[in-house]
Design a protein around this ligand. Structure first.
Ligand code: AMP
Ligand code: ZN
Length: 449
């Protein structure tokens, strides 16, 4: 009986059978079915390329079938690996449901929209529903862009909520910093930057800052020039991919960093050969969530013309958030700024244009990922405290395991001020300066950047 309740029967008992309750029940039953099949050793339906699903397709050619048979064990290992590593993190208990979401008042909704449009965005006291509502609002807004009509029509509001519920559930709520709040924060910052560089209209027109009236020094790359180039370069489809990547970029984060994962020889570190361990995991899990939900149409290589580009943007943007590659990335952005200033960028060359877009998307998500330190002071301070808390928890763990503890992770060793000054000077500032050369903001005088 308890098992039935855990798997969603509670919805029958507590609520009338409204459409959204039936939908939740259906999802629970589907997941339970998957879970049982997995326990019985059968393939679940979540795979991207299972032997079963591929070979059962009547349209497959003989060569593909033979190839699958020849490499059957590889395909199975491949599938099971993904399955197992995700199921470790994926908890099908639904913390939030559509009926709860409807209780958000229109007044709160309006407040959330105002907050989303502001650089002072501070989601600390938001509950799960409000966080999901923020993400929903941004995604719905992005889907109004010209060229995305087909996707927008095919994704209902309910489906979008279910997608976001799954994303939210994949974030560990016990992490002080790397939880769904951080994901929504990064998504909001990405949205804000896209509005600032003029490729996405703000959802509240008055949220758009006024254009600087200052004269540009000779040879300075201006916002107006930049705006025109960026509009040609970054398509609405790219914007959707980047916004999606921003909400999914830390899914399943364990609350410890790559170094810890490598030092303690965790299975994930072994799986990814110590390279961008967490980021590879986030990208893999998130793409899997996309495949299961309303955005599956973007993840089907057979039917989606832009599949490769979509996957590259989502994957490479998430991989770009590996701080271990930070300095290399900053160098690449500096070189890109030189190319732009020298007008040596040929956007008619599709291959080159795509590489530039990938780099810009990586830059934007990286800035958003560490933008907390550039928020208004009280907001930045709160984020720093939360992050330091998570670092200290890792330090405690390292101590218990007899591992070397970095000063930053050791309680009482580095003050919050020094922690932030060091990060801003040595890490964040360099990135922000490099990116500002490629993507000058509207309201900042070049001389004071
Ligand atoms: P991610 O793990 O994807 O969120 O990568 C960003 C990383 O940048 C975090 O894990 C922190 O190590 C670092 N970081 C972000 N914000 C700050 C901050 N305000 N102070 C110090 N380090 C930060
Ligand atoms: Zn992050």
């Amino acid at each position: 009986m308890q098992e039935c309740l855990n798997h969603g029967a509670v919805h029958y008992i507590l609520k009338p059978l409204r459409e959204d309750v039936v939908h939740t029940l259906f999802l629970n039953v589907t997941r339970l079915g998957t879970h049982q099949r997995r326990l019985n050793g059968n393939q679940g339906p979540l795979s991207c390329a299972t032997v079963d699903s591929v070979t059962s397709n009547e349209n497959e050619g003989k060569m593909w079938k033979a190839f699958q048979r020849r490499l059957q064990s590889v395909f199975e290992v491949n599938h099971n690996l993904i399955h197992q590593s995700i199921s470790e993190y994926f908890h099908p208990d639904i913390k939030i449901s559509l009926s709860g979401l409807k209780s958000i008042s229109s007044e709160t909704n309006t407040q959330l929209r105002t907050q989303i449009s502001s650089w002072g965005f501070a989601p600390f006291d938001y509950n799960y529903y409000e966080l999901v509502q923020c993400a929903f609002t941004v995604l719905r807004h992005v889907l109004t862009l010209p060229g995305l009509e087909n996707i927008s029509i095919s994704v209902s509001d309910d489906e979008l909520y279910y997608f976001l519920f799954d994303v939210a559930n994949m974030y560990q709520s016990l992490n002080p910093y790397h939880n769904f709040q951080h994901a929504v924060d990064v998504m909001q910052a990405t949205y804000y930057f896209l509005c600032q560089i003029g490729v996405l209209p703000p959802m509240q027109p008055d949220a758009s800052p006024t254009l600087s009236s200052g004269k540009l020094p000779h040879g300075q790359y201006s916002w107006l020039q930049n705006n025109a180039v960026m509009k040609d370069l970054i398509s609405p489809f790219d914007i959707l991919a980047l916004i999606l990547a921003s909400i999914g970029h830390d899914v399943g984060h364990p609350g410890v960093n790559n170094m810890f994962m490598i030092k303690t020889a965790t299975p994930l570190a072994l799986m990814y050969n110590d390279r961008s361990v967490l980021e590879s995991f986030h990208a893999m899990v998130f793409f899997n969530i996309l495949q299961r939900h309303c955005f599956r149409q973007l993840t089907e290589w057979r039917t989606t013309a832009q599949y490769t580009r979509f996957r590259r943007i989502v994957m490479q943007s998430i991989l770009a958030t590996d701080m271990g590659l930070h300095d290399d990335y900053v160098n690449k952005i500096q070189v890109q700024a030189e190319r732009l200033k020298a007008y040596s960028l040929d956007i008619r060359n599709q291959e080159q244009a795509e590489e530039e877009v990938l780099l810009i998307c990586g830059s934007l998500i990286k800035c958003a990922d560490i933008s907390n330190c550039a928020r208004p002071f009280p907001v930045a301070k709160k984020w720093a405290e939360i992050l330091q808390h998570e670092f200290h928890e890792q330090g405690d763990l390292e101590k218990e395991l007899g591992l070397t503890v970095l000063p930053m992770n050791e309680r009482g060793k580095v003050s919050l001020e020094d922690f932030q000054l060091g990060f801003k000077k040595n890490v964040a500032g360099k990135l922000f300066e490099a990116v500002a050369d490629v993507l000058p903001g509207k309201c900042v005088e070049p001389s004071t950047r």
